[in-house]
Design a protein around this ligand. Sequence first.
Ligand SMILES: [Zn+2]
Length: 438
Amino acid sequence: MPSVVATNGDSDFAQRSSGVTKFTNCLLAKDNDLVSEDLWVSSTSGKILNGQELLFEHRTAPDQIIDLGGRILSPGLIETQLNGAYGFDFSVIPEGGAAAYGKGVLRVNKSLVATGVTSYLPTMTSQRPEVYHEALQYLGPSGSARDPSYGSESLGAHCEGPFMNPTKNGIHNVAVLRQPTCGISDIADCYGAAHIGQASPIKLITLAPELPGALSSIHALTKSGIKVSIGHSEATYEEAKSAIKVGANMITHLFNAMRPLHHRNPGIFGLLGTPSSSIRKPYFGIIADGIHLHQTSIKIAWNAHPEGLILVTDAMRLAGMPDGIYDWTNGSRIVKQGALLTLEENGKIAGSSIQLVDCVTNFLNWTGASVPEALKAVTETPARMLGLEDVKGTLKEGADADLVVLSLQDGGVGGERKIVVDQVWKFGTKVFDIVSKV
Ligand SMILES: [Zn+2]
């Protein structure tokens, strides 16, 4: 059984509280392996430490040693497409106005962290400019406070639209879609000039590169540090390649809301087959909920470009709610039947209600990936896509001590396995335990 061992005061070691925790008897998810190694973290700095250096050079003993009973210790999960959860929608300003919106975001953060998602991109679907102007100020990176009690941390907003192709709108309201005809100035008008540039609360924008002005916009956005993802798009292979050449580095929910692969026009999917000498192959989001994609499509994409695959939920505010019919934005209604969410008017898939850790379980069982390979798709790979690979999604010294303790359970049927989040640690402090529900 896992246990917590308090260290006693060895006179050789510093007597004062060090804020240091040592995890032992655990398997660290590192690269493509599970490595039997200890991990040291600090709740004071919120970072992963060099245990050897602490012990032998600084003679610092840990405050606590946690025996994980052979379980997996992974970097915390990173979600790059979450539209809402727990009844809150990042795209809707509630009745109470901006203040109520800010409280709603905090409530999501506190609940979300217990699912193992320690950082994420709150995602807005296509909206009118006024909504962005009000909402985005609450969605910027929240890590500067480095307070574990705030729960999951925003790494910045993901604006999915409104610069998308009306023919690939999915559940986005066509009436609010726009074109960036005048390039970055149109983008700034839409999201708010204060929200574009170096200190932007926006981390990622999904847009359709075939729209007029899109390529110059991608160039300007990526120069200013905002990542751009291709999505909700009719782009041909050549148009998609042009977008990568000017700075886009991601594809939003690959296969969904884009042209399917055609043998004479491979479309956006074709980027995964492009030689790396020609362009930098993009990262790509995959919704592994068993509804959006066939298992084989996921396997093909993974085989084509394993280093690019990022699992996302695309979950929305009805996640965790009972089955039924719910009001949606702009007068539409959504039918929820289990995990399946569809628009009442046309039966289109309307996001998902799955948890990210369950996407990892699905991916594991569907592709034959190893556990560390599957975990990479929600840790190291999204961190690299966001340019945060030294801070998030890694157990390297100096990175943030955002961690999950995972159990691997045998599902029985067909030899399927299931990954369960047992504990969550944020900035070196435990914030969730499946036993005590901390
Ligand atoms: Zn979408």
